[in-house]
Design a protein around this ligand. Sequence first.
Ligand code: HEC
Length: 102
Amino acid sequence: MKKAYLATMIVVGLLMAGQAQADEALAKAKNCMTCHKTDAKLIGPAYKDVAAKYKAADIPTLTKKVLEGGSGIWGQVPMAPNKANVTEAEAKKLVTWILTLK
Ligand code: HEC
């Protein structure tokens, strides 16, 4: 019984690691990483800083921000709208992933 539990946890762990990689690949594919890095400020804020600032309840607001763009939260440099190449579902997926990067 204990063994089965352990095996399950390992599988879940591997799946979660795989998922995180898939989401980072999506961020790269959608050019988010030209302006963002996970752990350092580039043109936009580090995703770790974004994760520290917001909670799960902010996911809808951040999803909209990714789609529509905007400025004034992290500085005067604006984020351009991404909705030409990012769907709402993808934006939500990316934001959800970003908030796990604490
Ligand atoms: C052209 C450069 C650029 C690209 C490309 C870009 N960002 Fe940004 N991003 C920024 C800047 C600049 C800010 C800070 C905006 C501000 O201060 O309000 C930002 C802010 C953010 C924030 C925080 C928003 C807030 O209100 O605090 C999130 C989340 C984010 N970006 C996600 C993404 C995702 C996901 C993508 C890819 C679909 C992406 N960004 C692509 C430049 C960019």
